[in-house]
Design a protein around this ligand. Structure first.
Ligand code: SF4
Length: 396
């Protein structure tokens, strides 16, 4: 498969975000000599140079949103092996919402009919979304009625999406079992090849896995095999974007890694997203280090640090540049007494405030070369880097 664009279609939240630079025409032509090629990325039918590109390849497939395919099919048919059209749902209202305009589903259906009338083989791609997944059976029926020979189901991924949009759009995997079973039953009865991309093995049921092959890159990552999984060895585990947002309650959590979990945030990161990461970090049952790198600054810093103290970490450390703490009130600083230690590189005034507000209950550690400075509060001194055990890992 070849990717020839690197962004989501404007206004299309369900579209995969690949983030790859478009390959050169020479690379595509070279690949086409070895295996069948599918062109996609953006909307290929909008490219003025599409006929020239198709003519350079041995009847590639095209992935299209289908909206304009009804008009283009006649002129492109002789250059194509087939077309993959994205049809979000047989339910027009939900499908129009995903496609971004009223009447869009009708245009897609017309595009599919146009492709069939032009003699092209048609595969239908169905994104699995929260509003449309319950009606998957109807969509598969519609695809069969329109003459599709294959149906590809696709999980919506978080990359490039606003976190709130991902949560709103991604169906919980555990709720897909019924719709997927129904889809498999209908596809079997209608003799349609059914495959699914992006769902772990235990969630796919009898639906075959579709492994997309992208030019020059691997796309997507998994969290590793689940702890007590007895499923097929071929499953690489839960997609990382899914477990980060929805946790592990639908899967056996992964084996405990050894070492320590590092957590950090950036100043403009949504609080809810950081919270989710903190919750994921606590599931390892390991020491947690909150890394103030590049800094601790965040509009909700007090709340995030409070969240840290609620984690069931076996050891909780704050490490790095403490300047972000200067904006906290004495009460807020006092709550840091639930940290086991605070490690920093300089005895700044906020360290003294921290000692006072926590009533000396949190261990203060200075990482310094040379002799310990004289300070009016107790600190431990150690060489820089001494507290970095092998095996530290980030949940990111
Ligand atoms: S590794 Fe996890 S996601 Fe994969 S089949 Fe096993 S339990 Fe399911």
């Amino acid at each position: 498969m070849v990717v020839c664009g690197d962004r989501r279609l404007k206004g299309r939240l369900d579209e995969p975000f690949v983030g790859l630079a478009a390959p050169s025409i020479e690379a595509v032509v070279g690949l086409a000599a070895e295996e069948p090629v599918v062109l996609w990325g953006g909307e290929p039918t909008l490219r003025a140079d599409l006929p020239a590109l198709l003519a350079a390849l041995p009847r590639p497939w095209l992935r299209s949103d289908g909206l304009a395919f009804g008009r283009a099919a006649g002129s492109l048919a002789s250059l194509l092996g087939g077309v993959i059209v994205v049809l979000p749902s047989g339910r027009r209202d939900a499908s129009d919402w995903l496609l971004g305009r009223a009447g869009a589903t009708k245009a897609v259906v017309a595009g599919i009919r146009g492709a069939r009338d032009a003699g092209l083989e048609v595969a239908i791609e169905i994104p699995l979304t929260r509003p449309t997944a319950p009606h998957l059976g109807e969509t598969v029926e519609l695809a069969a009625h329109l003459g599709a020979t294959a149906i590809r189901l696709r999980r919506v991924t978080a990359e490039g999406l606003d976190p709130d949009d991902f949560v709103a759009l991604s169906p919980r995997v555990a709720l897909l079992e019924g719709p997927l079973d129904e889809a498999a039953r209908i596809a079997g009865r209608r003799n349609i090849e059914l495959s699914c991309e992006g769902l772990p093995a235990c969630a796919r049921g009898s639906v075959e896995a579709l492994v997309p092959r992208w030019l020059n890159a691997e796309v997507g990552s998994q969290s590793g095999r689940c702890g007590s999984c007895t499923g097929p060895d071929s499953c690489a585990g839960v997609p990382a974007d899914y477990s980060e947002r929805f946790g592990w309650e639908e899967f056996p959590p992964p084996e405990l890694p050894r070492g320590r979990v590092d957590v950090s945030w950036t100043p403009d990161e949504p609080t809810r997203l950081v919270r989710t990461r903190l919750a994921a970090a606590s599931q390892h049952g390991l020491p947690i280090r909150v890394l103030a790198q590049p800094s601790l600054h965040h509009a909700d810093l007090a709340e995030l640090l409070r969240e840290c103290t609620r984690l069931s970490a076996v050891d909780l450390e704050l490490f790095g540049d403490l300047s972000g703490l200067e904006a906290l009130s004495d009460d807020e600083l006092g709550r840091l007494r639930r940290f086991d230690r605070v490690v920093t590189g300089a005895a700044t005034p906020v360290l003294e405030r921290l000692h006072r507000c926590t009533r000396g209950r949190v261990a203060l550690v200075l990482e310094l070369e040379g002799a310990a400075p004289e300070l009016p509060y107790p600190v431990q001194v150690r060489p820089p880097g001494e507290g970095n055990p092998a095996g530290s890992r980030s949940p990111d």
